[in-house]
Design a protein around this ligand. Structure first.
Ligand SMILES: [Zn+2]
Ligand SMILES: [Zn+2]
Length: 264
């Protein structure tokens, strides 16, 4: 069993060190996992500053949010990976990034990512035309939005993310349901197109328990049933992902998320 979305240091002041890292190995073992994908958010690293320009300029809240979190260099992460990569552990570990895909700065992003060689890159959509739609501090902006248009933009940005060819995986598709706003339109066409693009670009999609774990247990676990069934019908590779932000959450809900991928 594998968990493909575990946040590693995530701004923790403890810094990159072996003891902290081995805590993840132990947590993974306790959760019955034989492989974890550790990742960091691109917004943690100063090297990605220019990518987030449209996000920071959207409003003061977002500017402060990004500025506060962008407090380290990717070189520290890479240095640590080099140190532990060849040590044998009972759990396999891949090291990567969760990369915010922001169409406005996609060219800058590409140039930055070209310099690095991670085990995997997972692309995520957290921003729609500058707005952090899944941020609690930005939730009220939903009220001024056309829900259908927000959903259309969300899917179109995910299509561009896939077509960029930069990524191995797509993080939490369906995160747009984070605050419970539902569109009055049929999304079948969008789901089908997403399935085709994921296959075309050789990407996996996450069946993520992130919203359920980190937002509210009232949110359904994983992908909505229609999206899941369309991805499965198209034989898209689907991977269970906890979106753990701390060691005690490694492997959270993974058995349930895996079970959703088995034939009835
Ligand atoms: Zn994410
Ligand atoms: Zn994440």
């Amino acid at each position: 069993m594998r968990d493909v979305h575990v946040h590693f240091l995530h701004g923790n002041p403890i810094g990159y060190n072996i003891d902290f890292f081995e805590g993840f190995i132990k947590a993974a073992q306790a959760a019955g996992l034989d492989e974890i994908y550790l990742l960091e958010h691109t917004h943690q690293f100063i090297e990605f500053e220019r990518v987030y320009k449209p996000i920071k300029s959207y409003n003061d809240f977002q500017n402060e949010w990004i500025t506060k979190r962008m407090n380290g260099s990717i070189d520290e992460y890479i240095g640590f990976i080099r140190k532990v990569k060849d040590i044998e552990y009972p759990v396999k570990v891949k090291f990567g990034l969760e990369v915010c895909y922001i169409p406005e700065t996609a060219d800058i992003l590409r140039n930055i990512l070209e310099k690095y060689d991670f085990d995997f890159l997972t692309g995520s959509v957290h921003w729609i035309d500058g707005w952090g739609f899944d941020h609690r501090g930005q939730k009220e902006i939903w009220e001024s939005k056309n829900i259908e248009e927000v959903y259309r933009r969300y899917y179109n940005i995910m299509f561009q993310l896939c077509e960029s060819g930069l990524f191995n995986g797509l993080a939490h598709p369906d995160s747009i349901k984070c605050f419970g706003y539902k569109p009055g339109i049929d999304l079948t066409g969008y789901y089908n197109k997403l399935a085709v693009l994921l296959n075309q670009y050789g990407m996996y999609a996450e069946n993520s328990g992130g919203l359920h774990l980190n937002y509210s247990p009232d949110i359904e676990l994983g992908l909505n049933s229609q999206l899941l069934s369309i991805l499965r019908k198209n034989n898209v590779q689907i991977e269970a992902a906890s979106d753990a932000h701390k060691q005690s959450d490694v492997g959270a809900n993974i058995v349930e998320l895996e079970n959703m991928l088995k034939n009835e």
